[in-house]
Design a protein around this ligand. Structure first.
Ligand SMILES: Cc1ncc(COP(=O)(O)O)c(C=O)c1O
Length: 330
């Protein structure tokens, strides 16, 4: 089976497993795991923020990050197919008591005029207060699209002027960085608080981080424990993340090239494929998924009319070429 369902299906490489086996560990709830501390420092540094917090999942990192800037009864604005509102099972409402309003963009981009028109940071006692705007870069359900830095800077300016925070879901920020050459710290400068994942294209088995100021991270640490996310000798997993940052970032360019090849096979314009995800419009998405499976290729339906293909380090060029042949036939 060639698995193009998600870049989360990767298995740790032998070299990654060796790095994990060698990891120095301690009790991270006591702040004594040197490998976790090293990972947190490295990621905060890369993104130009003061501190970071290792979390089991991207969903938990997003919940901790958003709740750091949006209080119960306040709202976050985001694109309608953002992961935080579409795919975290209502976590932000269920745990943090916040609401959201959304704008729609087919490529998951910032629609600044609409954001400006719905932004309500201070509209008296009747209206929900907008406390933050969230962006997702790259945007998963829009097809791995990159948000241009210029748009993000305009958004930052709008947010600062309105006194609201910016959250960035950077589960695949590494892909945006490799696709555009934009330094990670420039993306970091856009956001007050971020979530980034090691367990997507970077190929670590587990792990995401919340990134922000020292104060935000100190509070997120308390909430992580409250949510049952305090982990112990977890340097074994942090070592996988450090290994991934060292060895698996630049190679994402290969995944991007593979995604364009698949796009072409599926009749999707490769020029619109920014990174490692291809969204293929098909009215019969579920049937395509079933038929591809029969032919040895796993893909997913992310809506009734969208088939998603995701490339990653577990699929080599030969697999991609074979999958392209199968998908072209469908
Ligand atoms: C954009 C984005 N954010 C957050 C997440 C959540 O990550 P996790 O599955 O580790 O909870 C995902 C998962 O695929 C994602 O695509």
């Amino acid at each position: 089976m060639i698995d193009l369902r998600s870049d989360t299906v990767t298995r740790p490489t032998d070299a990654m497993r060796q790095a994990m086996a060698r990891a120095e560990v301690g009790d991270d709830v006591y702040g004594e795991d040197p490998t976790v501390l090293a990972l947190e420092e490295r990621v905060a540094d890369l993104l130009g923020h003061e501190a970071a917090l290792f979390c089991p999942t991207g969903s938990m990192a997003n919940v901790l990050a958003v709740r750091a800037v949006v209080k119960p009864g306040e709202e976050v604005l985001c694109e309608a197919s953002a992961h935080i509102v579409r795919a975290e099972l209502g976590a932000h409402g269920a745990y943090s008591g916040i609401t959201s309003r959304t704008w729609i963009h087919p490529r998951g981009q910032v629609d600044l005029p609409t954001v400006r028109s719905i932004l309500a940071p201070d509209m008296g006692p009747f209206f929900v207060r907008t406390a933050a705007i969230s962006v997702e870069n790259t945007h998963n359900f829009a097809g791995g699209t990159v948000l241009p830095l210029a748009d993000l800077r305009d958004l930052r300016e709008l947010a600062t002027g309105a006194g609201v925070a910016v959250h960035m879901d950077g589960a695949r920020l590494w892909n945006a960085h490799v696709a555009t050459g934009t330094p990670l710290s420039e993306y970091g400068a856009i956001a007050d608080v971020m979530a980034v994942c090691l367990s997507k294209g970077l190929g670590a088995p587990v792990g995401s981080l919340v990134v922000g100021s020292a104060d935000v991270i100190a509070e997120a640490r308390v909430w992580r424990k409250r949510m049952g996310g305090g982990m112990r000798q977890v340097g074994i997993l942090a070592a996988a993340g450090l290994h991934a940052l060292e060895h698996h970032v630049e190679r994402l360019a290969e995944d991007h090239e593979h995604a364009r090849l698949l796009a072409e096979a599926c009749g999707v314009d490769p020029a619109g494929v920014d990174t490692n995800i291809v969204a293929v419009p098909r009215g019969d998405a579920a049937e395509v998924v079933a038929r591809a499976r029969e032919a040895g290729v796993l893909v997913s339906a992310v809506g009734p009319a969208v088939v998603r293909l995701v490339t990653h380090l577990g699929v080599a060029r030969a697999d991609v070429e074979r999958a392209a042949g199968v998908l072209a036939g469908l």
